[in-house]
Design a protein around this ligand. Structure first.
Ligand code: SF4
Length: 405
């Protein structure tokens, strides 16, 4: 339901949806817009032309664009985070007070659920926000990364870490050893996540089984873990279960295994293939061969499970570029992809502490610029061919710097 009105001589718009409340107040130059989940957590904000997104861990990323330039982003400091939250809260509180005291004109009355979220958002002050972030860290090992279409998932960590942890460009799970949760522990975790999200669960779509490659779990353990998910959550109404798998272990599950997982709600598996070029994968210390990824994808698709294939743009610099482009095209073209699938192009972002940076220096690799990485993605995309019956997968950018959970 959308309610228009005026407050302090400015147009206001209040949108009350079954999963979030959005408040927009026009300003002299730009509107200020805030959205909240049903637990009262600020979710997004737009202030002075800068957009903000708050993660469940309480951190906020700011994003802005200057015309003709690349999009910018920066994580806010703790002080800046408090300021943005407080600005959102005080505007929302001022508007709500005016509504209840009859000083704001609304074209239709605010429904009861709208009042409820207003009151929760106003009560979500700095102390509550800090306590919420503490609870996040009690419930989760920090969620390392998700595919972009899963940022709004309910993440359930069936495993912690990555069973390989060798890839020299990846630092997401260096802080934790790999381990699989047993069903009893996983049930407590799933319940704790549900309790933490509270009424904010309604904003979440899908269930994501974390961490890095949860589907590496052997079937005799994985199936009971999937059953736990169903005990605690209404999987169908949340839109099914999603997970990562490295290309190597994926080969080890059969079509009938994937059918059993699909019957328990598995919808899509994301595979960080990175490249179709074996030499480059060796350089990246990725224990995977493209032929194994292709075979795993065929098994998943035969079982009715969709896939998301992630390609690492710029990997191996100019020296590997031709092989990377040609072999990645060949590998993806050998997969029976269709309109249910996704191909993600993720730019390699190197920071000095990465093993990749040292290996690239030792190998005297010349890196691709951001423009060259994007051009590499376009070159790969131009070589992809999909069947007419199945349709074209969604092809999208995957910028790990914008990950928020
Ligand atoms: S398999 Fe994936 S999560 Fe594990 S180290 Fe490699 S890139 Fe990182």
């Amino acid at each position: 339901m959308v309610i228009n009105g005026r407050w302090q001589s400015r147009p206001v718009t209040i949108s009350v949806k079954p999963n979030c409340l959005t408040v927009s107040v026009d300003g002299p130059l730009e509107a200020s817009v805030f959205s909240y989940d049903y637990a009262g957590r600020m979710w997004t904000a737009l202030l002075d032309g800068i957009s903000y997104r708050r993660g469940l861990d309480g951190k906020i990323i700011a994003k802005w664009q200057i015309a003709g330039r690349e999009r910018n982003r920066r994580w806010l400091t703790a002080d800046e985070t408090r300021q943005v939250e407080e600005r959102a809260r005080s505007t929302t509180a001022g508007l709500y007070a005016a509504i209840t005291e009859g000083h704001a004109e609304l074209l239709s009355p605010l429904p009861e659920e709208g009042r409820l979220v207003f009151e929760r958002a106003i009560a979500f002050d700095a102390a509550k926000s800090a306590a919420d972030a503490v609870q996040y860290h009690q419930v989760y090992r920090p969620v390392g990364i998700l595919p972009p279409d899963q940022y709004m998932a309910v993440v359930l960590q069936a495993t912690e870490g990555c069973s390989f942890n060798t890839c020299n460009f990846c630092t997401f799970y260096k802080d934790r050893p790999f381990r699989i949760r047993r069903p009893a522990e996983f049930r407590l975790h799933a319940l704790a996540v549900r309790d933490f999200l509270g009424a904010g669960l309604s904003l979440r779509r899908t269930i994501f089984l974390g961490d890095a490659n949860a589907l590496v779990i052997p079937m005799p353990i994985l199936l009971p873990l999937m059953d736990v998910v169903h005990e605690v959550y209404d999987v169908a109404s949340l839109g099914g279960i999603y997970a990562f798998l490295d290309g190597f272990s994926g080969d080890r599950k059969s079509v009938s295994d994937y059918r059993a997982l699909a019957a328990r709600g598995l919808k899509r598996v994301y595979i960080g293939m990175e490249s179709g070029n074996e030499e480059l994968l060796k350089f990246l210390q990725k224990p995977s061969r493209p032929v194994e990824v292709v075979r795993a994808v065929k098994s998943m698709k035969a079982a009715g499970v969709a896939v998301g294939i992630i390609v690492l743009l710029g990997a191996g610099g100019h020296q590997y570029a031709a092989g990377h482009v040609n072999d990645t095209i060949s590998a993806i073209n050998a997969m029976p992809l269709d309109m249910d699938d996704i191909v993600y192009f993720s730019e390699l972002i190197v920071d000095e502490g990465m093993d990749y940076a040292r290996a690239a220096f030792q190998a005297n690799l010349s890196p691709l610029t951001s423009e060259e990485r994007i051009a590499q993605g376009q070159l790969i995309e131009a070589g992809l061919r999909f069947s007419e019956q199945g349709g074209t997968p969604h092809i999208s950018r995957y910028d790990i710097r914008e990950f928020v959970y």
